[in-house]
Design a protein around this ligand. Sequence first.
Ligand code: C5P
Length: 224
Amino acid sequence: MRKIVIAIDGYSACGKSSTAKEVANLLGYSYIDSGAMYRAVTLYFHQNHITIDNPKEVAKAIENINISFIFNERKAYSETYLNGLNVEEEIRKMYISNQVSKVSSISEVRKNMVSQQRKLGKKKGVVMDGRDIGSNVFPNAELKIFMKADLAIRAERRQNELLEKNQLVPIPEIEENLLARDKMDSERKENPLIIPDDAYILDTSELTLPEQVEYVLQLATEKM
Ligand code: C5P
């Protein structure tokens, strides 16, 4: 069986990461959370008070950012490291969610991240989730999935994920963040969130995680 690239794109909080992680584990593929990379850049900019409207300052800051993923055996997924520090928990917080779409729309940031993502997927055998993976990072990916789901369901799922990390965020605040990010991600100039022509559209509103995983695995097996 040949190794393939599986690109999973879609709106915020539709279950992309949970599905991608599980599919990667079952296939013995690596999983790359491209959103985590933009979140890590956002955290760095926040911590270092980078003026994001200043392209020179942004370009210089990016040179100092090193993002890596290290597999956590106990949790059975890769965690995000920023310049050698585990930032997996910090980058999921609401203050990062509220800034990340602005940061990810910066041209210098996108160029750098996309080039790193292409390197990470060069050898294939990878499941990558994000917003522009099938449309821009890997336009020749053998399998492209585009996920969507009802807003109320997405917000409830995100609230539960945050609760597991002891963060209680009210539903209206989560919905507002999801809608704002969807809008910015879809309307930005560079690599906007679009549905690639050759993507399989998966509405996860009524699906359980095992059902989503099964759907992707079945298609993946056909493409191998
Ligand atoms: O996937 P997640 O919701 O963690 O992504 C956070 C943000 O990173 C998105 O809202 C989007 O602004 C940005 N992103 C992007 N391109 C990707 C992945 C994420 O612009 N491929």
